[in-house]
Design a protein around this ligand. Structure first.
Ligand SMILES: C[S@@+](CC[C@H](N)C(=O)[O-])C[C@H]1O[C@@H](n2cnc3c(N)ncnc32)[C@H](O)[C@@H]1O
Length: 250
């Protein structure tokens, strides 16, 4: 089930890295998805990583355990993940193409499902988890980069009547999860100059409805933001994410 044109975007992004912008990130809150993952997992754990992209986070941050499956609906992302897997020499990791909204994994198989910055269906995740299994999610919230979005008069989630964090929280509760916790995450991203900041905004969906691939990015609005949000020569972007943890009863 391929449902929107994000699909084309992610296929295009499969061979591309954010490293080139030299962003320095400072985290102001302490909810750490990978810290929790390492605390919950043990050597026998089976972990499913939904929307894994090229599996980069698996290779950098996931603990060693019995089985890790990374899935993504973009075949180009999974191609990249397979190349990364070959280079890693890991035997407990595998990847496959799968839509998070049409999950094709065995019922009650996984001890932990991770979904970081990707869409989810909590009902299908609950089915994939073994009794007592854990869900760890992180997402980009409505108020992400809000002062930038206010200047541009739009952007990702700008007109959502309910913030995505609340929708996810309610859907996870409704699906039947226990111990559901929703936690705000705030970070600052520092950019060294206007050029790297502008290129970054052209590549990401933050201003998606007011700037499509940079074509409509209004430079006077950009300069207005930069003049109000530059400290010690660095341009600051104020990020708002959310973390969500939950457990399948049993
Ligand atoms: C922003 S990236 C996040 C990658 C990784 N989880 C991380 O935290 O760095 C979002 C990923 O989710 C994938 N994705 C988006 N919608 C999806 C869906 N419906 N089913 C499966 N993958 C999806 C995209 O292809 C992309 O690789």
């Amino acid at each position: 089930m391929i449902h929107d044109n994000d699909y084309e975007y992610f296929n295009k992004m499969a061979h591309w890295s954010f490293d080139e912008f030299g962003i320095h990130e400072e985290c102001l809150t302490d909810w750490d998805l990978y810290g929790l993952l390492r605390k919950i997992a043990n050597k026998d754990s089976r972990i499913l990583d939904l929307g894994t992209a090229g599996g980069e986070k698996i290779f950098s941050f996931f603990p060693d355990c019995a089985e890790i499956l990374g899935t993504d609906y973009s075949p180009a992302m999974i191609d990249t993940a397979m190349k990364n897997l070959e280079a890693s020499g890991k035997k407990n990791v595998s990847f496959k193409v799968m839509d998070n909204l049409d999950m094709d994994v065995p019922d009650e198989h996984f001890d932990i499902v991770v979904a970081r910055h990707t869409c989810t269906d909590p009902v299908q995740i609950l089915r994939a988890l073994a009794p007592g299994g854990h869900l760890l999610m992180r997402g980009v919230d409505k108020y992400d980069c809000w002062n930038l979005k206010l200047i541009f008069g739009g952007g990702q989630g700008f007109n959502d009547p309910v913030p995505i964090s609340i929708t996810d929280y309610e859907n996870v509760l409704k699906a039947g999860f226990a111990d559901v916790e929703l936690v705000p995450i705030h970070t600052r991203e520092y950019f060294k100059d206007r050029e790297s900041f502008r290129s970054f905004l052209e590549m990401v969906p933050i201003l998606e409805d007011v700037s499509i691939n940079g074509e409509a990015l209004d430079d006077s609005l950009l300069d207005k933001y930069i003049s109000g949000n530059t400290v010690n020569g660095q341009i600051i972007l104020y990020r708002a994410y959310y973390g969500l943890s939950a457990r399948k009863p049993g």
